[in-house]
Design a protein around this ligand. Structure first.
Ligand code: CP
Ligand code: NVA
Length: 314
């Protein structure tokens, strides 16, 4: 029996394929229950604290709504208003918050910060995005892929764009669940070798293949799903203009989509910039499932919360 009770949720690298399977199954279950107006009150009396050092629409609102749907509540903790901003240590803050809250969600810059929170807190810490990885998004993406294609094993996911936090989590999640992944990134913007190595190890067990290329057409060829993300992530705003030139050949447009399978879907974590990493024609096309994907954040987040706080048997 799988239990994730008490675990932190920091990177998909920390989870076995069976644990990820449990999270996906729990997500599908909680989505079905929500559609039947029968959300189980799994988190009654539980409180989530949320700390955002970067902007967020989907992560912030879906975690808050998700807590409410499962009978709990969420409190937004503005970092500027915590004593943390006046010099109270992270360790003391984490210990104090652990006495009030049941879990803390953190979105920040350096991944080391969530590791410090996890080391100091006695409650689960959930990574709501760092510069290194975006694991809650990748769970929702895999759920969406499975929902649209009926399976995961053997599918081909193409990622075209920056070798950033998003592709890091997709590489780890896809490799563990048997999804072939091909990432096309400009030279110098590839995913970290350390993450690719972790994915390759996981792929040996699942039968997935991992390909890193600089050619978008190679990545997209025969793909079941095509994924992209912004060219300049949060914190890279100053590089934005320079990146537009480097990444121009990596835009997802109709000319590139024709290389994927005829029934390929388009995914994007959002927010997107129409006319940059993806054309409006692609993102607003019937093959684009970006809003179902955004909705699935809600159900995936409920699953992650329920898993680390209760681990219900489903
Ligand atoms: N995809 C995602 O994490 O969206 P937000 O930045 O709006 O949370
Ligand atoms: N790579 C993007 C993802 C946003 C959801 C960023 O970090 O800004």
């Amino acid at each position: 029996m799988i239990t994730l009770k008490g675990r932190d949720f920091l990177t998909l690298a920390d989870f076995t394929p069976e644990e990820l399977r449990y999270l996906l199954d729990l997500t599908h279950y909680l989505k079905e229950q929500h559609k039947k107006n029968a959300d189980p009150p799994l988190l009654a009396g539980r409180t989530l604290g949320m700390i955002f050092r970067k902007n967020s629409t989907r992560t912030r609102v879906s975690f808050m709504a998700g807590m409410a749907q499962l009978g709990g509540q969420a409190i937004a903790l503005s970092p500027d208003e915590l004593q943390l901003s006046r010099g109270e240590t992270l360790a003391d803050t984490a210990k104090v918050l652990s006495r009030y809250l049941d879990a803390v969600l953190i979105r920040t810059f350096g991944h080391e910060e969530v590791l410090k929170w996890a080391a100091e807190a006695t409650i689960p810490i959930i990574n709501g995005l760092t510069d290194w990885v975006h694991p809650t998004q990748a769970v929702a993406d895999l759920v969406t892929l499975e929902e649209k294609k009926g399976q995961l094993k053997g599918l081909k996911l193409a990622y075209v764009g920056d070798g950033n936090n998003m592709v890091h989590s997709l590489l780890l999640g896809a490799a563990k669940l048997g999804v072939h992944i091909s990432a096309a990134c400009p030279p110098g913007y590839e995913p970290q070798a350390q993450v690719v190595a972790l994915a390759q190890t996981a792929a040996q067990d699942s039968g997935a293949s991992i390909e890193i290329t600089s050619d978008p057409k190679t990545a997209v060829a025969g793909a079941d799903a095509v994924y992209t993300d912004v060219w300049a992530s949060m914190g890279q705003e100053e590089e934005s203009e320079a990146r537009k030139k480097v990444f121009a050949p990596y835009q997802i447009n109709m000319d590139l989509m024709v290389h994927a399978k005829p029934d390929a879907i388009f995914l994007h974590c959002l927010p997107c910039h129409r006319g940059e990493e993806v054309t409006a024609e692609v993102v607003d096309n019937p093959a684009s499932v970006v809003f179902d994907e955004a909705e699935n954040r809600l159900h995936a987040h409920k699953a992650i919360l329920a898993a680390v706080l209760v681990s219900p048997v489903i």
